[in-house]
Structure formats: structure tokens, C-alpha cells
Write a protein that binds this ligand. Structure first.
Ligand SMILES: Nc1nc2c(ncn2[C@@H]2O[C@H](COP(=O)(O)OP(=O)(O)OP(=O)(O)O)[C@@H](O)[C@H]2O)c(=O)[nH]1
Ligand SMILES: [Mg+2]
Length: 62
């Protein structure tokens, strides 16, 4: 029987102080695992993690 342990919804959290690189790390993980075709950057305001207009405007996750 196939191992089912890695299936189903999962939840993970990236935890760290302000400006420690969480959003940038998420971009790297998504790109490395093939979930995105390019790495966004906080400076270019095109990261997956900072999807909201406020987050992109401020350059910090909200
Ligand atoms: N040199 C260097 N800079 C990094 C690295 N990771 C992130 N940065 C820079 O550090 C700054 C903050 O990175 P973010 O990814 O926005 O950090 P964050 O933890 O998501 O920040 P908040 O959402 O504001 O808490 C940005 O200018 C990044 O480009 C790294 O590994 N090396
Ligand atoms: Mg962030």
C-alpha cells in the first residue's frame, strides 16, 4: 500500500524577526521546488508572499 503520510493539506509557517528574509526564503523555496518559474524579489514588489497591495507598497509582509 502506498505511503499516504505526505498527502493531504499541509500547513507550514516561516517565522522570524522583521526583515530577516522570510519572504525572500519563500521565493527561493517555491522556485527550487518548481512551483514558480522565476524568483520574485521584495524590491521589485513581485513576490508571492507579499501579494497584497499594502505589502508591496511597504516592502514588508502584512
Ligand atoms: N544579503 C542578503 N539579503 C537578504 C537575504 N534574504 C533577504 N535579504 C534582504 O533582506 C531584506 C528583507 O528581506 P524580506 O524577505 O523582505 O524579509 P521578511 O522577513 O519577509 O521581512 P518582513 O516581512 O518585513 O518581516 C530585503 O531587502 C532582502 O532583499 C539574504 O539571504 N542575504
Ligand atoms: Mg516578508
Amino acid at each position: 500500500m502506498a505511503d499516504q503520510s505526505a498527502r493531504g493539506p499541509r500547513c507550514a509557517a516561516l517565522v522570524g524577526p522583521y526583515g530577516s528574509g522570510k519572504t525572500t526564503l519563500l521565493e527561493a523555496i517555491l522556485f527550487a521546488t518548481g512551483e514558480t518559474s522565476s524568483k520574485g524579489s521584495v524590491r521589485e514588489r513581485n513576490t508571492v508572499g507579499d501579494a497584497s497591495p499594502v505589502a508591496r507598497e511597504r516592502g514588508m509582509s502584512t
